[in-house]
Design a protein around this ligand. Structure first.
Ligand code: FAD
Ligand code: UQ1
Length: 412
């Protein structure tokens, strides 16, 4: 039986960032991370992969290359967490005990909950794509290229999602692509969302409504994708305001955002809240029942939008919380719910949404970020990847809080 002072579950964004920070604090030999995947992906770039701007290959690096040197990589799946005995069991039969546990297992995609959705190998034939997985993101670009005329439909499920802007970013890119290739006049671009709003934060929603109006995009609220009849190229949406009632749309291209849910390993443990998400304190990220357990990222029940930008801000808070706990002191730094979503609205423009728990904008730059800007597109496409691989994953980037303070000096 192996034992580590700090055991990290999940080697995604939050898990690697925290492994780097814990190595710096405690030494590499005291830290282990459990992750089964050979590859680590920078998911935010998939928006641009689906639109043909970047390659899928550019989004991934070997997991071995992102685990901080000296930190132990347990290459297996977490099967069971037992916080009462401080033990984790893995699929390859290991039992690992820990003094402190950091849970960063992400969320689960549920493509299988959409009835009739074909095997991925057949998606090209049936003109389906999805930016949400590395296996399907290139199918989006194929569907875009193969588009002739008809409906381009973009779905948003009736569950919490990661990066809530992504389901519509690819729609704006599709609209732009169809204009560029002269196909827009015979295309109907349609956003069928389960939500009652276009975006959760009013300032940005107002800007987006203006854009969909100007670009002749049709928005159908409270429409939930429940079935795909691929051989007829039909998508079936449930009317959430009138359960049981469905509407069938023909499509020439369908972008699927799958239903999402909590990680099953967490859901099946005493670490979960009633919804199955990791139950953490929303200010300190310490578990609400087990004080030696901490959480970060998409797997948690933190009431903010699930993004890598949020993980960045959470990583510096959690670093500080753990420092205090190690010294038997009370955690003092408080997470404000900071999250960000670069809303790509064309091949050269981004609205940079940033907000916190209050649902109010919390913008880094002293300009109106609800305006479409080229500078923000450049940041999303060319700066963020470096900030991710060399800043966030190395434990050096803890979110833009300090930059925001400098930018707003003397302005507030
Ligand atoms: P993840 O990075 O998903 O990591 C979870 C890890 O846990 C994975 O490596 C997985 O293999 C592992 N795991 C799961 N179960 C087990 C198990 N049982 N045992 C062992 N390991 C396990 N964020 C932004 O900030 N800006 C954006 O513009 C943006 N755009 C996005 C666009 C798309 C299309 C997508 C899909 C996401 C986007 N995001 C964006 C969201 C961002 O990628 C995630 O919020 C972020 O990666 C969450 O990090 P995490 O560590 O919580 O989860
Ligand atoms: C961010 O920190 C981050 O994580 C590295 C992202 O994920 C890719 C983002 O999309 C954004 C917008 C931020 C916030 C950073 C700044 C400079 C506003």
């Amino acid at each position: 039986k192996e034992h580590y002072k700090v055991l990290v579950l999940g080697g995604g964004t939050g898990g690697i960032a925290m492994s780097a920070r814990m190595k710096r604090k405690l030494g590499a030999e005291n830290v282990a991370v459990v992750e089964t995947s050979e590859m680590h992906y920078y998911q935010p770039i998939w928006t641009l992969v689906g639109a043909g701007v970047k390659s899928a290959a550019s989004s991934g690096r070997p997991t071995a290359s992102v685990i901080p040197p000296g930190v132990k990589w347990v290459k297996s799946n977490v099967r069971e967490i037992d916080p009462d005995t401080n033990t984790v069991r893995t699929d390859n039969g290991m039992e690992i005990s820990y003094q402190y546990l950091i849970v960063a297992l992400g969320l689960q995609l549920h493509y299988e909950k959409i009835k009739g959705l074909p095997e991925i190998d057949d998606w090209e034939e049936f003109k389906i794509g999805s930016n949400y997985s590395v296996l399907t993101v290139e199918k989006t670009w194929r569907a875009l290229q193969n588009f002739k005329e008809g409906n381009a439909i973009f779905s948003f499920p009736n569950t919490p999602v990661k990066c809530a802007g992504a389901p519509q970013k690819i729609m704006y890119l599709t609209d732009a692509y169809l204009r560029k290739t002269g196909k827009r006049a015979t295309a109907n671009v349609m956003y069928n969302t389960s939500l009652p709003v276009l975006f959760g934060i009013k300032k940005y929603a107002d800007a987006l409504w203006e854009i969909v109006k100007n670009r002749d995009i049709q928005v159908n609220l409270r429409h939930n994708l429940v079935e795909v009849r691929a051989n007829k190229q039909e998508a079936v949406f449930e009317n959430l305001d009138n359960p049981g009632e469905t509407e069938v749309f023909e499509y020439e291209m369908l972008h699927v955002t799958p239903p999402m849910g909590p990680n099953p390993v967490i859901k099946g443990s005493s670490l979960a809240d009633e919804g199955g998400w990791l139950d953490v304190n929303k200010e300190t990220l310490q578990h609400n029942k087990y004080p030696n357990v901490f959480g970060i990222g998409d797997c948690t029940n933190l009431p903010t939008a699930k993004t890598a930008a949020a993980v960045a801000a959470q990583s510096s808070i959690l670093d500080r919380t753990i420092s205090k706990v190690l010294k038997n002191e009370m955690p003092d730094t408080k997470y404000d719910g900071y999250t960000s979503c670069p809303l790509v609205t064309s091949y050269s423009k981004v609205i940079l949404a940033e907000f916190d728990y209050s649902g109010q904008p919390l913008e880094t730059f002293p300009i109106d970020q609800s305006k479409e800007r080229w500078t923000m597109y450049h940041m999303k496409a060319d700066v963020m990847p470096h900030l991710y691989w060399h800043g966030l994953l190395k434990g050096f980037w803890g979110g833009p809080g300090p930059i925001r303070k400098i930018m707003h000096l003397g302005m507030k």
